[in-house]
Design a protein around this ligand. Structure first.
Ligand code: IPM
Ligand code: MG
Length: 360
């Protein structure tokens, strides 16, 4: 019987629709090649949803996502919506989706491809062979902690408040995902916190240390977040798997991404305890180049590969996509963000066309 999967597509804003179109073609071709049946349903999120419905995450979108096997998201946001009240901003839609689908574990790989080493701003010997997985907690910490808001004090001052909070249960469940991820990779886990200053981080460190008893095959270390940021750019090869909270993970995953030369190459997976995962590029909606056929679709295409691997358990299809991406890079095709001397510069659509040819 042909395995069949229902996939929700959320093209979102900016370059989102362009990179999603390329990825959809890739998925269709992979499906017909490997005899997988995909049903696609599209829904609104972010600015596109605001324009159409007045809010960044219509209830219908969440329902559509829940009724699918996996969700493929492109990117959200743009200048047009930046000045709206916070509850109406595109980012609020994204956070609402993470919370609504219970996606507490965010996996962000940063792998240096040999073909792109020279695109990195760091020296070849520093980045060659880097292969890091950042496991970021995604539905807790300061992004969601209460109280939050801007309050007026008794003296009439305005006071902005966010709360960084983690329960032991929240730490343990992301900790387990991280240890298990490390087991499948290089067997090293570095937990990042700010335990020298923050109580919430001390609890984080204590729980992760306690958990490590169940994972004797994983070598655990701890770093303060400031030092971790420094070590990432000083000698990134010391890292295998990193686990950290929501805010630190937001920052460190961007830094880790840039080691590879372009954030335009990196996919990510957001997973919950059950239900569909959301797979999306690490980069944003790049409104400055939207609609110009300049975007690099590869992070989106690689997100589809992550979806097949982690969300739909189709490793062969994931391998096929990843191999084709390497093959077009080997053939010298580059979008502007990863352009190198002697390479052939292509736009988003043309990159999609050479990818389809490579998918054999
Ligand atoms: C990310 C983004 C989001 C975040 C924004 C767009 C809300 O930076 O996915 O890393 O901060 O989580
Ligand atoms: Mg971010």
């Amino acid at each position: 019987m042909t395995p069949s999967f229902r996939i929700t597509l959320l093209p979102g804003d900016g370059i989102g629709p362009e990179i999603m179109a390329v990825t959809l073609d890739v998925l269709k071709q992979v499906g017909s090649k490997l005899d997988l049946e995909f049903t696609f349903q599209e829904a609104l999120i972010g600015g596109a949803a605001i324009d159409a419905t007045g809010g960044p995450l219509p209830e219908e979108t969440l329902t559509t996502c829940r009724n699918s096997d996996a969700v493929l998201l492109a990117a959200i946001g743009g200048y047009k919506w930046d000045t709206l009240p916070r509850e109406l901003r595109p980012e609020t839609g994204l956070l609402g989706m993470r919370a609504g689908l219970g996606l507490f574990a965010n996996l962000r790989p940063a792998t240096i491809l040999p073909q792109l080493i020279d695109a990195s701003s760091l020296k070849r010997e520093v980045v060659e062979g880097v292969d890091i997985m950042v496991v970021r907690e995604l539905t807790g910490g300061i992004y969601f902690g209460q109280p939050k808001g801007v309050f007026t004090t008794e003296t009439g001052e305005q006071r902005g408040v966010n709360t960084m909070a983690y329960t032991d249960g929240e730490i343990d469940r992301i900790g387990r995902v991280a240890f298990e991820t490390a087991q499948k990779r290089g067997g090293k886990l570095c937990s990042v916190d700010k335990a020298n200053v923050l109580e919430v981080s001390q609890l984080w460190r204590d729980r992760i240390t306690a958990l490590s008893e169940d994972y004797s095959d994983v070598e655990l270390s701890h770093l303060y977040v400031d030092n971790a940021a420094m070590q990432l750019v000083r000698w990134p090869k010391q890292f295998d798997t990193i686990v950290t909270g929501n805010l630190f993970g937001d920052i460190l995953s961007d830094a880790a991404a840039m080691l590879t030369g372009s954030i335009g190459m990196l996919p990510s997976a957001s997973l919950g305890a059950e239900g569909p995962g959301v797979f999306e590029p690490v980069h944003g909606s790049a409104p400055d180049i939207a609609g110009q056929d300049k975007a690099n679709p590869l992070a989106q295409v690689l997100s589809a590969a992550m979806m097949l691997r982690y969300g739909l358990n189709q490793p062969q299809a994931a391998d096929l996509i990843e191999t084709s991406v390497l093959s077009v890079l080997d053939q010298g095709y580059r979008t502007g963000d990863i352009m190198a001397e002697g390479a052939t510069q292509v736009g988003c659509k043309a990159m999609g066309e050479v990818l389809l040819k490579a998918l054999v």
